[in-house]
Design a protein around this ligand. Structure first.
Ligand SMILES: Nc1ncnc2c1ncn2[C@@H]1O[C@H](COP(=O)(O)OP(=O)(O)O)[C@@H](O)[C@H]1O
Ligand SMILES: [Mg+2]
Length: 390
């Protein structure tokens, strides 16, 4: 690997804390941070300049996936990658290994594939939040033509898979939305946009935490080309489709994508990629849009549906910021949890009443026995008094 990517150089200056009241400035500039991460450190998005920043692109590496890992099974694939679950032979732990599908012959596709590694490693360092998929390591094989990424394994699969299998309860949808809002808040606070938030990239770990994965097209908010329309059409906001004009537009497009994902899995309606119905979702009106919302409202409740509605607001400025969204979703999810706990406490109260009744019966029956014992004792005392006077 190039020297600028070596571990010794991998130092991150602390991110300056943003003043709380500065609400309009959403994307802190990363230039002020001394990152030895080529992608994030570069002042440009141009690959030519990036290559100069990195220096000679040598990919000497002698790691071998199959020697190091015991493959368990294939868990997913996309247009550019194959993902497998594998057990590391030394530490015995299971990981997800993502490898590129097509050979990367020139520097350009190599850098493009490395984008995910750069972003994930930067997040590991800057803000290792529990709802962000964790990167462990990465290496090239086959003379530098294949990139391998070793990540944390989410063995329960993607939210999309859960939805397809009919395993998306209202509670699960709400929890997923809250967890991913936390993940988005963490990346946005570092000036990074994801640009591909969707149920396929939301993964469920064994411990019940949802994680945001697939940073394949993520980037620094201030560096992403504004007219870029990359991403899945289903979750693409109207403003991004028309060409985002500012970093704020890009940040709020992630919020739109999360809202559209929640609407899709929460309503149980597959959103269209394009056409008039996709347009209705972006415009926030029309019969299809309303039927999706009715279904979401009925299934997940009014408060959650309203938060989702705000996320996919057609006006990007009316959408909540990620940190605001976390707060409102946390309130909704906790509010919903109050429902069952009220029921539970009524049941518990009834159980306590029964116990008190039983105890009262016991006390009453013991009272009878005590009275009888007292009587017997009195008789005994009286008879012994008589006996002694005789
Ligand atoms: N860490 C992981 N744990 C479990 N499944 C994963 C993991 N990473 C990816 N997957 C599965 O593989 C699929 C493709 O991975 P992804 O990173 O989204 O690749 P692509 O960039 O090709 O879309 C995901 O939709 C998911 O089902
Ligand atoms: Mg993906």
């Amino acid at each position: 690997m190039a020297t600028s990517m070596s571990q010794e150089n991998f130092k991150f200056a602390p991110i300056p804390k943003r003043p709380r009241r500065q609400q309009t400035f959403r994307a802190p500039m990363l230039q002020s941070i001394s990152l030895e991460n080529p992608y994030l450190n570069s002042r440009t998005n141009s690959f030519a300049t990036l290559l100069k920043d990195i220096g000679p692109f040598t990919m000497a590496c002698n790691r071998e996936y199959l020697k190091e890992f015991q493959e368990i099974n294939r868990i997913g694939s996309g247009d550019f990658s194959i993902v497998t679950a594998a057990k590391q032979r030394i530490d015995g732990c299971k990981y997800a290994i993502k490898r590129t599908r097509k050979p990367l012959h020139s520097n350009h596709p190599k850098l493009e594939a490395l984008r995910e590694v750069f972003i994930m490693s930067a997040m590991n360092e800057l803000n290792p939040q529990e709802n962000l998929l964790r990167l462990y390591s990465s290496w090239f094989e086959n003379k530098g033509t294949e990139l391998y990424i070793q990540m944390e394994l989410c063995s329960k699969g993607s939210l999309q898979k859960l939805a397809d299998q009919g395993e998306c309860s209202a509670d699960l949808v709400k929890r997923a939305t809250l967890h991913i809002a936390r993940a988005i808040s963490a990346i946005h606070s570092c000036g990074i946009v994801h640009r591909d938030v969707k149920p396929e990239n939301i993964l469920l770990a064994d411990n019940g935490l949802f994680k945001l994965g697939d940073f394949g097209i993520a980037g620094r908010a201030e560096m992403v080309e504004m007219d870029d329309k990359e991403g899945d059409g289903r979750y693409l906001s109207g403003d991004r489709l028309a060409g985002a004009r500012s970093s704020d537009d890009l940040l709020s497009a992630d919020i739109f994508a999360l809202g559209a994902s929640a609407l899709e899995v929460g309503s149980g309606t597959r959103l269209p990629t394009n056409g008039p119905e996709a347009h209705q979702i972006r415009k926030g009106q029309g019969r299809f849009y309303e039927s999706c919302f009715d279904a979401l409202w009925n299934r997940c409740g009014e408060r959650f549906a309203k938060v989702v509605q705000q996320c996919i607001h057609t006006d990007s400025k009316k959408r909540p910021r990620a940190d605001e969204l976390v707060k409102s979703l946390a309130a909704v999810v906790t509010g919903e949890e109050d429902g069952p706990s009220v029921k539970e406490s009524v049941t518990r109260l009834k159980q306590k009443e029964m116990e008190i009744l039983k105890l009262t019966e016991v006390v009453l029956s013991q009272k009878g026995r005590i009275t009888a014992l007292e009587g017997a004792l009195r008789d005994l005392v009286n008879s012994s008094k008589k006996h002694s006077s005789n």
